[in-house]
Design a protein around this ligand. Structure first.
Ligand SMILES: *Cc1c(COP(=O)(O)O)cnc(C)c1O
Ligand SMILES: [Zn+2]
Length: 422
């Protein structure tokens, strides 16, 4: 793999060869950025070499990924990514926004954004000959690892908190992973997973620990870049060629901070290649009850103080975020910010998205709830073009969904009963 040069620590800047380390910086535990050989990539490829490819999955960006393509054709692993972007005119009107879109990551093979990371980690596991891949997960990372692994016959072990929503646990079991539920929090499962990986020689996928997860997640930025070239051109056709407008602003929900860091990395790769002039503005959305990264950002520090997380949005319920420093930078370096949303706002967001045909799990709806918050606090105005990421499907947590709506009436099966009801 000649394009994959090694790693650079996001804290101390130390560089490592691909075989020297596997996870975090041995000096300070910092998250490692994957280093690609940009000068030779730049010589070898033009943007059109990528954008003209026929593959619409995340493997479209293989030349910019630090792994080789897995053989085996069209398994679910081979079809991760390539998610649609919808225009939301009804909600735009409600919010008084000129342009509002949503990228629907629930369309991934296991119904969350995490498939992007797990597909790349499984490809990496294959390259290094790992017999077992293990991860801690609030549910989605595990479902994604279990699903991507099952697709190519890789063994997977998943540690999740026993409080994980049943639909997510069902996914883990159905995909045939070894599932171990921990009587503790996600953070407890996280630490235990690292111990087990060390003890048993398993390859650890943990979010914000394994440097390859962000490399998978960056593919969403590549897709946004391609989509925006198009959407942006159309916008100018409609409203005038020379018109000035604010940059695209992206709303993404944040737990460990790895999705937002990965998306930021994707944009930085594109800038480095000279394929993108200005990165979009990234706004992180956290639940009020799980806002460690937001707290740090607003205190103007990268030092993350843990919280005792409590939110209905289980996928972003994290005491100690594992990719906090890079997540703070992702908004700082793109002119964004962090906003917090309450569980009530998340539940209304689920209902509002549902009314335009999008079923989001709480963490996915949180990003949309963040838009309303950002408007009411003056972070964005009606002229800002907005893209919201729905990171996971509502089918993953129907208990939360049912709290967002009124119960359906139960009636006798007679016309009279219907008339009475109506
Ligand atoms: C994991 C996840 C997030 C948050 O991603 P982090 O990398 O932990 O910040 C958001 N939404 C959903 C649905 C997720 O599964
Ligand atoms: Zn370091």
């Amino acid at each position: 793999m000649d394009k994959f040069l090694g790693y650079r620590c996001s804290l101390c800047g130390a560089e490592y060869s691909p075989t020297e380390v596997a996870y975090t910086c041995p000096k300070d535990g910092g998250n490692l950025d994957v280093l690609l050989d940009y000068p030779s990539l730049k010589k070898k490829f033009q943007a059109e070499d990528i954008t003209s490819r026929g593959d619409f999955s995340l493997w479209r960006y293989l030349p910019l990924l630090p792994v080789n393509e897995l053989a085996g054709g069209s398994t679910p692993l081979h079809t991760a990514g390539g998610t649609p972007v919808f225009k939301l005119p009804t909600l735009a009107k409600q919010l008084n926004l000129q342009n509002l879109w949503l990228k629907d990551e629930s369309r991934n093979p296991t119904a969350s954004f995490k498939d992007r990371a797990s597909a790349i980690v499984v490809a990496r596991a294959h390259e290094i000959g790992a017999e077992v891949v293990v991860t801690a997960s609030t549910g989605n990372a595990g479902a994604a690892l279990a699903g991507m692994s099952a697709a190519v016959g890789q063994k997977a072990v998943i540690f999740a908190p026993k409080s994980a929503p049943p639909a997510k646990v069902a996914q883990l079991l159905i995909f045939g992973a070894k599932v171990i539920l921990v009587d503790g929090t996600y953070d407890d499962a996280f630490d235990l997973t690292i111990k087990c990986a060390d003890e048993f020689g398993w390859y650890c996928r943990n979010t914000g620990y394994n440097p390859f997860t962000a490399e998978g997640k960056k593919t969403a930025a590549f897709e946004i870049w391609e989509w925006w070239q198009d959407a942006h051109a159309k916008w100018h056709e409609e409203f005038g060629e020379g018109l000035e407008h604010p940059p695209l602003t992206i709303f993404v929900s944040v737990g460990d901070g790895n999705i937002i860091s990965g998306i930021h990395k994707g944009f930085k790769d594109l800038v480095e290649l000279g394929w993108m002039a200005n990165t979009p503005r990234i706004i992180g959305v956290q639940a009020e009850g799980s806002a460690a990264i937001s707290n740090a950002f607003h205190a103007n520090t990268e030092a993350i103080k843990p919280v005792t997380a409590k939110t209905i949005a289980d996928s972003i319920s994290v005491d100690l975020p594992r990719d906090g420093a890079r997540a703070v930078r992702a908004v700082k370096e793109t002119g964004g910010t962090y906003v917090n949303v309450s569980d009530e706002e998340i539940l209304s967001a689920i209902a509002e998205l549902g009314r335009v045909g999008i079923f989001a799990e709480p963490a996915g709806a949180a990003a949309y709830a963040g838009v309303a918050r950002a408007i009411s606090t003056g972070v964005i105005g009606s002229e800002n073009p907005i893209l919201v990421l729905n990171t996971g499907s509502g089918l993953k947590d129907i208990r939360a969904a049912m709290q967002a709506v009124a119960e359906a009436p139960i009636i006798e099966p007679t016309l009279d009963a219907v008339k009475k009801l109506l």
